[in-house]
Design a protein around this ligand. Structure first.
Ligand code: SF4
Length: 224
């Protein structure tokens, strides 16, 4: 999916409270939100589905993909389901990015989703244990469509927790792509970090056949 032009709709609100949340702005719902792009504007929130659809339609016209991200979109399944139903008339592909806690809510919207990107929050990031059973339940539904798993890895991420996440994925579906994203920080990585990552992805290929090392492009480009 890297490099594919997309319209991003970011849902506000997330109850996960990861200790090292990297999108704190998206954890609460704002009284207004910006629309970026050629016709930039600020819109009052909460917005109605019909109004959001009207804003999104012209922006989607020349793009192949709609990406839904958060916060956590699946904490608002009713709104999400209605939005995807309204936008389905555009015929655009839909990518849903989620932390993967809400498998019942995913089951509600999966018919209108083309790609599920499961962003597994590792224990050193979230401050919680890996939610093994919840993630397996989630992946079982996500596999009805194209899906991949992503983990963000920084110099302080342990190899063991990444391997645990890969084993979890292998238990459910060995063919699911597993993306390792080196965390893009303002300061450069410490010496030896690139070599450590190369060793890590080599180890991961003993568990899963499709392992990819992909940078956080939106952070490198400073996209919001
Ligand atoms: S799931 Fe994402 S938005 Fe929610 S607390 Fe964790 S990092 Fe922040």
């Amino acid at each position: 999916m890297v490099g594919t032009p997309m319209l991003f709709i970011r849902f506000g609100g997330c109850q996960a409270a990861c200790e090292r949340c990297d999108t704190p702005r998206a954890r609460t719902q704002m009284s207004q939100f910006p629309i970026h792009g050629p016709a930039a504007k600020v819109v009052a929130n909460p917005v109605k589905v019909a109004d959001l659809t009207a804003h999104a339609m012209p922006l989607l016209r020349s793009l192949p993909f709609l990406a839904i991200t958060g916060g956590e979109p699946l904490e608002q399944p009713g709104f999400l389901s209605l939005l995807l139903t309204r936008l389905s008339e555009t015929g655009k592909n839909v990518l849903l990015e989620t932390r993967g806690f809400h498998h019942r809510e995913l089951a509600e919207v999966i018919p209108r989703v083309d790609v599920v990107a499961l962003d597994v929050k590792l224990p050193s990031f979230s401050g919680r244990r890996l939610p093994v059973n919840a993630t397996k339940d989630f992946l079982t539904i996500a596999m009805q469509k194209t899906c991949y798993v992503k983990v963000v890895v920084g110099p302080d991420t342990g190899e063991g927790e990444v391997m645990d996440a890969a084993r979890l994925v292998a238990d459910v579906g060995g063919h699911i792509p597993f993306v390792v994203q080196p965390r893009h920080d303002e300061k450069p990585p410490p010496p030896g970090e690139a070599e450590r990552l190369l060793v890590l992805i080599t180890q991961l290929t003993t568990i899963l056949p499709d392992v990819r090392l992909i940078p956080q492009v939106h952070r490198v480009l400073r996209l919001r």
